[in-house]
Structures are given as structure tokens and as C-alpha cells.
Design a protein around this ligand. Structure first.
Ligand code: FMN
Length: 272
């Protein structure tokens, strides 16, 4: 059995959540892609971003707060990873964001030319960057998604923030041209730093939000939030998710996807 995500064939329903594995090179030099169906590197911006000042990571009970602030070396540095992405034996979906519509369009135009990238996850929901968080405003979600849709011809997933009344934010993403949704990014939180909370502590909140909307949303959903075990993956799949992302759990065990995959293989008779 294989899994299809808007026509992208995945050998397993497990996807790396954007961020924890960076752009992937260092991680996959040591650990394998076994268990994974799709790789999504850390969010790329048009220009390099320094990110927030330290401390940027703090453990909480049952989770982690991060305040990285989208640090990255910008798209032109990321493009140099082409040989590495071509050498991976799983598809790669880019994650992008921008602080203006123009930045999003420019990134879309650049990535549209890359035949080794199967789609874009448009990250509209980073809770730890100063300035506008697109996800807070349905009109901004529509505008940002449309700006990308106008220039980008392949698959677009829009990644949204966890919010009450999720349909209010989902509808403009779909109206703007999203083929699928990633639900959700980290939960805004404060312990001794302001940032986004991830890990097992957020999962019950995300399951509640997903339950509200899965029957009403026709596009595929990648679930993200608190996946640490096979039963977490099954819970999201049973709820109706088409694929399930793993993020923070990689910090605990870099082989987490492979471990979960070996359980799923028995259950679903997945291809090797
Ligand atoms: C250290 C760290 C960095 C992250 N960076 C990004 C990012 O660059 N882009 C993004 O869309 N999400 C980012 N996220 C959010 C994750 O992709 C994921 O949506 C979130 O952590 C919830 O899933 P989890 O509980 O499995 O980690 C980051 C999360 C962590 C912990």
C-alpha cells in the first residue's frame, strides 16, 4: 500500500515537520530516511534571517518552547542543496514564508522552476517572529495564499496556527488556492521565553480542533502536533488526516520515524 498526498506518492504517511531537522543535510548524513514518506526542510525566506536572540529553546512539562525566529540563510543558500535533495530517496516539499506578499511571490517563482521539489508548504503561522503573523487574519491568509497560487503551479499546503473557530482561517486558505492544509503550527506560550509550544502537551488541543473540522474540509490534511508514538499517528489518521508530521520527537529519538514505521508496516502492509 502507498499513500497519496494530492497526487504525491508517499511510501509512508510520516512526514518531517518543518524546523527540527533544519535543512536536512547534517541529519540525513547520519540518520536514514527509513520510515519517512516526505521531507519538509526548515522554512526558507527570500533573504537570510538572523532569528531571535538566545535563549531560544526551553523545556516544559510535556513539551518544548522554541523561539528560533525563522533563522535561515535565505533561499539562494538553500538552492545550493539541490544535489543533496536529489540524492534523497524520498520527495522533498519546500517550506516558505515571507514578510510581504512580494517576498512570497518571488519565492514561489524561484521554487516553481525546481523539478526536484514536489510542492510548497506555506508557513503562515510562526508564532515567534515579530511583525505580522499571517495566520491571525483571514484576509491575510487569503492574500498570501493567492499570491503564491498566482505564481506556483504545483501542490500548495498552507500551514495554519491553532485557533478557535478553525474554519474561519481554513476557508480563506482554500479559497486562495491551497491544495491541502497543515494543521497546526506550535501553540503560542510563555515560560521564561515567549515562543511556540510543541510536543505531547499540545496534542489534546490539536485533536479537539481537528475533530471540529475534518468532516467539513474536503482537501487533504497533514496533522502536526505532539506525535511521539504509533498510537499518536493512528489517532490522527483515524481522525481523517492524510499524513502525519513528526517534529519535536526527533530531538528525543532521531530514529522515531523508523520505529513508528515498523509498527505501521505491520498494520498497513506498507511498501518497504
Ligand atoms: C525547534 C523547532 C523549530 C521549528 N521551526 C519551524 C519552521 O521553521 N517552520 C514551520 O513551519 N514550523 C516550525 N516548527 C513547528 C513544527 O514544524 C511543528 O508544526 C510543531 O513543532 C508541532 O509539532 P511537534 O509537536 O511534532 O513538534 C518548529 C518547531 C520546533 C520545535
Amino acid at each position: 500500500m502507498s499513500w497519496s498526498l494530492c497526487g504525491i506518492e508517499l511510501r509512508t504517511p510520516l512526514v518531517t515537520a518543518s524546523g527540527p531537522l533544519g535543512w536536512g543535510k547534517e541529519f540525513f548524513e547520519i540518520f536514514s530516511t527509513r520510515g519517512l514518506g516526505l521531507f519538509i526542510p526548515k522554512t526558507v525566506t527570500l533573504n537570510p534571517k538572523r532569528g531571535n536572540s538566545p535563549p531560544r529553546i526551553e523545556e516544559t512539562i510535556g513539551g518544548l518552547i522554541n523561539s528560533i525566529g525563522l533563522e535561515n540563510e535565505g533561499v539562494y543558500e538553500w538552492l545550493r542543496l539541490e544535489p543533496f535533495y536529489r540524492s534523497l530517496n524520498i520527495p522533498v516539499m519546500a517550506s516558505i514564508t515571507g514578510s510581504t506578499l512580494d517576498e512570497i511571490s518571488k519565492l514561489g517563482e524561484i521554487i516553481d522552476r525546481l523539478d526536484y521539489i514536489v510542492g510548497i508548504e506555506l508557513n503562515l503561522s510562526c508564532p515567534n517572529v515579530k511583525g505580522e503573523n499571517w495566520s491571525n487574519n483571514p484576509k491575510s491568509i487569503f492574500e498570501a495564499t493567492s499570491a503564491l497560487r498566482n505564481v506556483y503551479n504545483k501542490i500548495i499546503f498552507v500551514k495554519l496556527a491553532p485557533k478557535d473557530d478553525p474554519l474561519l482561517y481554513i476557508k480563506p486558505a482554500i479559497d486562495g488556492g491551497a491544495d491541502g492544509l497543515t494543521l497546526f503550527n506550535t501553540f503560542p506560550a510563555y515560560q521564561s521565553i515567549n515562543g511556540g509550544l510543541s510536543g505531547p502537551v499540545i496534542k489534546p488541543i490539536y485533536v479537539r480542533l481537528l475533530k471540529e473540522i475534518v468532516d467539513k474540509v474536503k482537501v487533504p490534511i497533514m496533522a502536526s502536533g505532539g506525535v511521539f508514538s504509533t498510537s499518536d499517528v493512528l489517532e490522527y489518521l483515524n481522525l481523517g488526516a492524510s499524513a502525519v508530521q513528526i517534529g519535536t520527537a526527533f530531538f528525543k529519538d532521531p530514529d522515531i520515524a523508523e520505529i513508528i514505521y515498523s509498527d505501521l508496516k505491520d498494520l498497513f502492509n506498507l511498501r518497504k
